[in-house]
Design a protein around this ligand. Structure first.
Ligand SMILES: [Zn+2]
Length: 457
């Protein structure tokens, strides 16, 4: 598989060194509800993880919560609650939103406030090595000391200075030096440190958590393109200076941003669509198809109409999975192999989900046509179900309870099938199994009788 790496600017072979893929994805700052831009980013990284797991890799996925930040303090204040209460509520909401989008949970969700010791250790290490300095209770990273500063965003220090409005700050040695530890103001949450009470800067938390849970070398570090500079640039400077190892990550993967009304979606535009609002109108399949029909690297414009279109596409796939003609055993079968190959070729090419989906839509058409022509379609349906699952589509589950056979009915059919088998009426018994299969229920014959499994569960 090839993946684009923002650091080298090339599509390179994905070749993890250890037994498991170490993947760190920057998480949210829970100060308001997750919006559809978050949904897009996490659906992309979820799809990447699902595909790697499909290829046989074991993935260890770590994603942080920035649970202390100026924005949280301000939001808690305005809602007359505490930062801790606000964070608890929003983290729970975030996890629910992601579950509703069928995004698999990370294996570890570290939070800044639980990692202060590790963060302080890293800052102390950076001071010892001369990469950081204390000034009036704050600690800053010394960018001029790190030779590769700017390598991810492909900029020089001079270029950054020219491009940014730099506030003069007499506490810092260089205008681009950034905060590692911030002395707290009166009444703000704070933690003890060798430099007095304060709290960590934003960038250092990800370096400390990544090193703590995954070590100094990641296979994948991900986030939105808006994190390249300064966040990820600073993560590289901190981590590589601290561990003395490079590269910090083999593949830096950044998704394009979601746009609403031609502007980058950000809170300042006042046009946030929350995940909740979106999911009250659309299914998670519709949302995922909308995102995945665009390459993760490209920007995408959010409109209700485009998601509605994708929702209909999901329904077509579902219809193909529900199709249940009982073809003659000698009838020609729809061969799914070429579609599987196209799917994998596309996914192997830097997770080209639009092309992978094109293959699955062609397979969908082929199944529907085959069904009309009384061809055997069960194997093709199995492939479609498997590969749409790799993209995190549910298809069955969202039909609601009524579409799924109730269990007593399935048990009855399984029982009748067993009686038919005992009476050596295999053709009829197989028909029951095939019809149930097409309805999403698999019967598995084992030593201790027949078990059944609803595919959506
Ligand atoms: Zn981060």
């Amino acid at each position: 598989m090839k993946l684009y790496d923002s650091l080298t600017g090339e599509k390179r072979d994905f070749a993890p060194k250890g037994d498991e893929v170490k993947m760190y994805v920057c998480g949210v700052t829970p100060y308001s509800s997750a919006h559809v831009g978050h949904a897009m980013s996490y659906v992309y990284f979820d799809t990447l993880r699902r595909y790697l797991e499909f290829l046989g890799y074991t993935v260890k996925h770590v994603q942080n919560f920035t649970d202390i930040d100026d924005k949280i303090i301000v939001a808690a204040d305005s809602q007359k609650t505490s930062p801790v209460m606000l964070v608890e509520e929003l983290v729970e909401e975030y996890l629910m939103d992601m579950a509703n989008l069928n995004v698999q949970p990370a294996h570890i969700y570290p939070r800044v406030t639980d990692e202060i010791v590790k963060i302080v250790e890293m800052i102390e290490g950076l001071i010892e090595k001369g990469f950081a300095y204390e000034s009036h209770g704050d600690v800053y990273y010394r960018v001029t000391k790190f030779e590769g500063y700017g390598k991810l965003s492909h900029r020089t220090l001079d270029g950054m200075m020219a491009g940014a409005r730099v506030e003069p700050n007499l506490q810092k040695d260089h205008a681009m030096d950034f905060t590692l530890w911030k002395a707290s103001k009166q009444g703000e949450p704070s933690w003890d440190s060798p430099w007095g009470p304060g709290r960590p800067g934003w960038h250092i938390e990800c370096s400390a958590m990544a090193v703590h849970y995954l070590g100094g070398h990641l296979d994948i570090h991900g986030g939105g393109q808006d994190l390249v500079f300064p966040h990820h640039e600073n993560e590289i400077a901190q981590t590589e200076a601290f561990t003395g190892e490079e590269p910090f990550a083999d593949h830096w993967i950044h998704n394009g941003l979601l746009q609403i009304d031609d502007g980058k979606m950000s809170k300042s535009f006042g046009k946030m669509v929350t995940v909740r609002e979106a999911l009250s109108k659309f299914s998670s399949d519709g949302m995922r198809l909308f995102f995945l029909n665009s390459h993760y690297h490209s920007p995408l414009a959010y409109t209700d109409e485009s998601i509605e279109g994708q929702q209909r596409a999901a329904e077509r796939m579902q219809a193909a999975l529900d199709a249940s003609n009982i073809a003659d055993a000698t009838a020609e079968a729809v061969d799914p192999a070429p579609y599987r190959e196209r799917f994998m070729t596309a996914m192997d090419d830097d997770l080209n989900t639009p092309q992978a989906l094109a293959a699955l839509f062609d397979l969908t058409r082929e199944i529907n046509r085959g069904n009309d022509e009384k061809k055997r379609i069960t194997a093709a349906q199995e492939t479609l179900r498997e590969l749409t699952g790799v993209l995190g589509l549910r298809l069955y589950a969202e039909e609601g309870e009524s579409a799924r056979p109730a269990s007593p009915l399935v048990e009855l059919l399984a029982e009748i099938r067993q009686e038919l088998r005992d009476a050596k009426q295999f053709e009829l018994a197989d028909r029951i199994r095939d019809r149930l299969q097409a309805l999403g229920v698999s019967l598995e014959d084992g030593a201790d009788g027949t078990k059944w499994r609803n595919r959506s569960s």
